[in-house]
Design a protein around this ligand. Sequence first.
Ligand SMILES: NC(=O)C1=CN([C@@H]2O[C@H](COP(=O)(O)OP(=O)(O)OC[C@H]3O[C@@H](n4cnc5c(N)ncnc54)[C@H](O)[C@@H]3O)[C@@H](O)[C@H]2O)C=CC1
Ligand SMILES: O=C(O)[C@H]1O[C@H](OP(=O)(O)OP(=O)(O)OC[C@H]2O[C@@H](n3ccc(=O)[nH]c3=O)[C@H](O)[C@@H]2O)[C@H](O)[C@@H](O)[C@@H]1O
Length: 478
Amino acid sequence: MVVKNICCLGAGYVGGPTCSVIALKCPEIKVTVVDKSKERIAQWNSDKLPIYEPGLDEVVKACRGKNLFFSHDCNAAILEADLIFISVNTPTKTFGNGKGRAPDLKFVEGAARMIADVAQSNKIVVEKSTVPVNAAESIMKILKANQRPGVSYQILSNPEFLAEGTAINDLLNADRVLIGGEESPAGEAAIEELCQIYEHWIPRKRILTTNTWSSELSKLAANAMLAQRISSINSLSAVCEATGADIAEVARAVGLDSRIGPKFLQASIGFGGSCFQKDILNLVYICECLNLPQQAAYWQSVIDMNEHQKHRFTAKVIESLLNTVSGKKICILGFAFKKNTGDTRESAAIYVAKTLLDEGASISIYDPKVENSQIHEDLKYVGITPEHIESHLSIFKDAYSATKDCHAIILCTEWDEFVTLDYEAIYDQMMKPAYIFDGRKILDHNNLLRIGFHVETIGSRLGQPFKNRRYSTSPQAL
Ligand SMILES: NC(=O)C1=CN([C@@H]2O[C@H](COP(=O)(O)OP(=O)(O)OC[C@H]3O[C@@H](n4cnc5c(N)ncnc54)[C@H](O)[C@@H]3O)[C@@H](O)[C@H]2O)C=CC1
Ligand SMILES: O=C(O)[C@H]1O[C@H](OP(=O)(O)OP(=O)(O)OC[C@H]2O[C@@H](n3ccc(=O)[nH]c3=O)[C@H](O)[C@@H]2O)[C@H](O)[C@@H](O)[C@@H]1O
């Protein structure tokens, strides 16, 4: 079989960009991205795409209506497809067995059942969603149990490694593409079909083929190890604050070791995003189910450290503001979980905002890409009442309006535009003393101190002599 028609179930942050790039690079293949949400599909077919991702508009514009289609008609797309990506959401379970840890696979199962109900010809079904090890087997079980005569399936695992904010570049220049499949002639033939699609733009040596389980586990392992680096550097940031060390200097010194490398060593208010926490919890749950409690505890500690970092930072804000924020106006700059995305899933800013609102502060928020309705939804989800939001939250369209008359600024997202703001002008319109808490270590702290701000950041002590030494013995003796 030569793949001529691709269908993708799920038009989200992964399905949309991934299939747009496939359409761009494989003009002879018809790619149809479907979603059960009519609203999302309407947005994909409009001028304002449902997600903000640098470079995505251009790719979609180049292919939409030619060989790239966004549709609500899942059945029609499944019927004509040779290859189907399952790219649906796999959130952490919020109820029942495995609550708070295991992934909820109901959307994956729903997608598999849709394929089984509709398919009338052979299909290669590709797990693009991040799933637990052995999920391919469960999908195959559903497909086989409902198989029509003469229809056969091959399941492949092809996890996605793109990061939001750089998705298009990550897809165009992937470090590697990973494809896992059944170790049989039919499995190998299916792997080859998918390889040929990626080979349109990814050199063969960067396409890795493995067995299905290795591929599934590698995705969880990659996210766990990336997050582990952030928790490691964040744990060291606390040591820096309690001593005279600076985490930026430590990260640079450590990262120059070629065995360690410089990436993912940026201390922060804690990692966010839809996947790190969910995928590590998934790994923890797998370890628990396999009766590997030490391994489960090891990976759980990566999440615990991240939670601690968010608490530690927010506690520092409150402590610095004379231990009370009640009645104070505090500006949060950046609400997305990282720059260049409008995504707020698991964003540390949500925790910061909730804590300050609970403590009686009024907050003003500015983020260049997050929709107002999303901020409202996120705060309601963490238990802030609509009345409290109404009376204590204001959302602004620019940083200058948002910071006016504030007692403090908390920088939660590392948007480039925050680096070049006119902080003299901002200082002049703030309450005094004016505080700034840089949760991303991107600002020019010396300049801010010169202007007159009280500045706090992660992993270094600014403008204060080295006091409060907490060693019980000399550092050398430790
Ligand atoms: N967001 C990211 O950067 C990355 C996500 N992943 C993984 O990819 C998967 C998808 O993630 P996102 O795209 O962020 O999720 P998302 O929530 O943005 O999109 C998933 C979409 O699937 C749709 N859907 C659910 N069931 C469906 C069905 N039966 N038929 C058609 N559509 C259906 C939903 O309506 C939703 O629009 C997850 O497993 C995630 O862990 C992997 C790498 C990166
Ligand atoms: O499975 C997924 O969903 C994806 O998860 C992450 O991508 P993403 O969450 O989009 O973004 P990252 O760049 O990894 O950042 C995650 C969080 O860590 C934070 N971070 C990142 C790097 C760093 O050094 N320090 C740090 O605090 C970011 O600000 C952000 O809040 C991985 O990087 C992707 O490879 C993976 O495909």
